[in-house]
Design a binder for this molecule. Structure first.
Ligand code: ZN
Length: 213
C-alpha cells in the first residue's frame, strides 16, 4: 500500500484523523530525499518514538525495493501522537526504509516528534477513553485505544485500563496489550492501587514483558 507523505491517512478506518508517513512503493519511489538536513538527534528521536506497533493484524507487507527473491517483510504500524495535535501513522517497515533504502521522513514530521513523551491531555485522549469504555464501539478501535492511550502518562489512563480487565472479550483478544500498557504506566511511576497478582494470566504476561519480576 502506497501513499504520499503527509497525505491524510486512509489505509483503514481509524477513529482519529491521521497523516501518512513512510508508506513507500514503486509508484512514488523512495520519497523524501532531504537526508542531508537530518541530524543524528532527529534520527534518534524518530527511532525512540518508533517502539510499539499497533494494528499488527493488518497482514504482512513486502518491501518493494529489496531483491524480489528476498524481500523484507513488515506488519503493523507505528502511530506518533504529537504535541501539535497531529497523529502520524507509518508502517513498521519505515525503519527498514530508513536503514536500508535511504528514506528520509519529512522534516515537518521529524520536527513534530520533539517532546513527544510529554503530551498534554486533549480531545484525542478523551476520544480514545470514550471508545475503550463503550462496548458498542468498533472492537478493533477499542483494541487500538488500549495501545495508544499510554501515549498519555496519566492516572485516567491507568483507571480505564484497569477497568478494561473486567471486559472478558477485550481480555481474550487483547489481554497481552492491556498488560503491556499497564506495564508502561507502572514503569513511568503510575502504579495507583494496581494489584498485579489479581490480573488475568494473559494480562499479567504482557505486564511482565515490560516490568520484569
Ligand atoms: Zn527493502
Amino acid at each position: 500500500m502506497e501513499f504520499l507523505d503527509l497525505s491524510p491517512y486512509e489505509y483503514r478506518k481509524f477513529p482519529l484523523p491521521m497523516r501518512s508517513v513512510g508508506w513507500l512503493g514503486r509508484r512514488f519511489g523512495v520519497q523524501g530525499g532531504g537526508a542531508q538536513n537530518v541530524t543524528v538527534a532527529d534520527m534518534q528521536r524518530f527511532k525512540g518514538a518508533s517502539r510499539r506497533l499497533g494494528s499488527v493484524t493488518l497482514g504482512t507487507h513486502e518491501c518493494e525495493f529489496c531483491p524480489a527473491d528476498l524481500p523484507f517483510e513488515g506488519n503493523g504500524e507505528y502511530r506518533y501522537y504529537c504535541r501539535s495535535g497531529e497523529v502520524y501513522a507509518a508502517p513498521s517497515m519505515i525503519l527498514h526504509y530508513v536503514d536500508e533504502h535511504g528514506y528520509c521522513p519529512p522534516r515537518e514530521f521529524l520536527e513534530s516528534l520533539h517532546k513527544i513523551d510529554q503530551l498534554d491531555w486533549d480531545w484525542r485522549a478523551e476520544r480514545l477513553i470514550a471508545i475503550l469504555r463503550d462496548d458498542s464501539e468498533d472492537f478493533d478501535f477499542r483494541c487500538e485505544a488500549i495501545i495508544d492511550l499510554v501515549h498519555w502518562k496519566d492516572p485516567r489512563v491507568l483507571r480505564v485500563l484497569t477497568d478494561s480487565v473486567k471486559d472478558e472479550e477485550l481480555v481474550d483478544i487483547a489481554g497481552d496489550e492491556i498488560g503491556r500498557s499497564l506495564g508502561i504506566l507502572v514503569a513511568c511511576g503510575f502504579a495507583g492501587d494496581l494489584r498485579v497478582e489479581s490480573l488475568p494470566g494473559i494480562v499479567k504476561l504482557g505486564f511482565e514483558q515490560i516490568v520484569r519480576k
